[in-house]
Design a protein around this ligand. Structure first.
Ligand code: NAD
Length: 297
């Protein structure tokens, strides 16, 4: 069994670390929130009270699950972050969703220190984190990927090697940009159908077997009724919050500008989710953008 340092024990990191403890690994945990640390210690993990003075010489892997690029950079590359006590070749796995440039910069810095790094953002929310069924999109060398897979298999079900460092983040933001776009398109179609006298169920029955079919419609229908498990049937309680979608759309736009890639619909999706944020409705599920399209926000 391996020795792991896990940093960032929030909604996602908490249950992910818990699954590693459950698999028999020795897991050291660190978070700015004492309550988050205590929960994991009660489950069998070991508390790291001060990161800088932690002796990492027996650690095989460092795993982070943090809010954004600035947190990830501060943990991996600032003087307040990780100590220098890790052995050569130690494996670093960042599971946070962050900007592509930060992931590549952190990877470069760690590789220059003789360490291994993968960016491994996830798809699937807190329920998948608890069940150990997350999807991981992994960027990094083949060696780092093979080593990381041992741990990712404990926390996830589908593990993909997306190529070089940063490509995990690329896969994640491109997928979520597409998701945001087809969710909004699906809302527009259901709203227009209804206004023209076609009810949601009938439109669903037709379009879900015709060329308008897409995941937002068949698995997560934003119009209440047709898909029983969808948040639209529970007043758009998340699920996947609109604030999280907006974060990913902003990351996609940042990357698109840097790469000079034309993403007009991605830009429009970002602008529409920013309206949900401005209306203070971004804690709703992202399919709640139906309300904005219906003029009810
Ligand atoms: P969260 O806010 O619940 O947890 C983040 C944790 O990091 C908090 O406990 C916070 O105290 C801790 N933290 C912040 N800075 C720290 C530092 N310097 N050192 C140690 N701990 C620090 O966030 P979350 O929902 O768990 O999301 C984590 C990441 O996963 C984000 O990048 C998010 O975009 C991504 N993600 C979330 C979901 C989801 O459904 N929640 C789904 C997919 C991806």
């Amino acid at each position: 069994m391996a020795e792991i340092l896990f940093i960032g024990l929030g909604n996602m990191g908490g249950p992910m670390a818990n699954n590693l403890v459950g698999a028999g690994h020795k897991v050291h945990v660190f978070d700015l929130s004492e309550a988050a640390v205590e929960k994991l210690v009660n489950a069998g993990a070991y508390s790291v009270p001060d990161l800088r003075s932690f002796d990492g010489s027996d650690v095989d892997a460092i795993i982070t699950m943090l809010p954004s690029g600035k947190h990830v950079r501060s943990v991996y590359t600032s003087e307040q972050g990780l100590p220098d006590s890790f052995k050569a070749g130690v494996l670093n796995i960042d599971c946070s969703t962050i900007d592509v440039d930060s992931a590549r910069e952190v990877g470069k810095t760690l590789e220059a220190r003789g360490q291994l790094f993968v960016d491994a953002p996830v798809s699937g929310g807190t329920a998948a984190a608890q069940a150990g069924t997350l999807t991981f999109m992994v960027g990094g060398t083949a060696i780092a990927y093979e080593k990381a897979k041992v741990f990712l298999d404990v926390m996830g079900k589908n593990i993909f090697h997306a190529g070089a460092t940063g490509n995990g983040q690329v896969a994640k933001i491109c997928n979520n940009m597409l998701l945001g776009i087809h969710m909004i398109g699906t809302c527009e179609a259901f709203n227009l159908a209804e206004k023209l006298g076609l009810d949601a169920q009938t439109f669903f029955d037709i379009s879900s077997t015709a060329s308008g079919q897409n995941w937002s419609m068949t698995s997560y229908c934003p119009a209440p009724g047709p898909v029983e498990s969808a948040p639209s049937n529970r007043e758009y309680k998340p699920g996947f919050a609109a604030a999280m979608m907006l974060k990913d759309l902003r990351l996609a736009q940042e990357a698109a500008h840097a790469a000079k890639a034309s993403t007009p619909l991605g830009a429009q999706a970002e602008a529409l989710y920013a309206l949900m944020e401005a209306a203070k409705k971004d804690d709703m599920d992202f399919s709640g953008i139906m309300k904005l399209i219906q003029g009810q926000m």
